[in-house]
Design a protein around this ligand. Sequence first.
Ligand code: FES
Length: 119
Amino acid sequence: MTVPTSEKTLVWKRAVRTVDVPAESGGTVLLDGRQFAVFHFRNPDAWYACQNQCPHKGDMVIGRGLIGDDKGEPKVACPQHKKTFSLVSGKNLGGEAYCLDTYPVKIEDGYVFIGIAEA
Ligand code: FES
């Protein structure tokens, strides 16, 4: 039986020290066997998390992507073929159907926490 997302519990997982992800860059973390990409924007100061696997060809590279914004919306460009995705919604900004899973992030005690929905 599939549990609807609305009935899942959000579990905060400690992912990485904030000092290990410099501003205007990203990184990759492994949590419970899954790879996540974490990004730190400087202005305004903001953090984002998404799946590390690019939905285009499946390469584990999103954490090495270039970040920027699209009309104020934070985005990441995959380093492989430059497909771009919103870091808020995960939407493919090139209009293609595939997108990224994005996750809520919070900063506590010098660590980045990623919120993962679990049944
Ligand atoms: S593998 Fe990411 S754009 Fe092709």
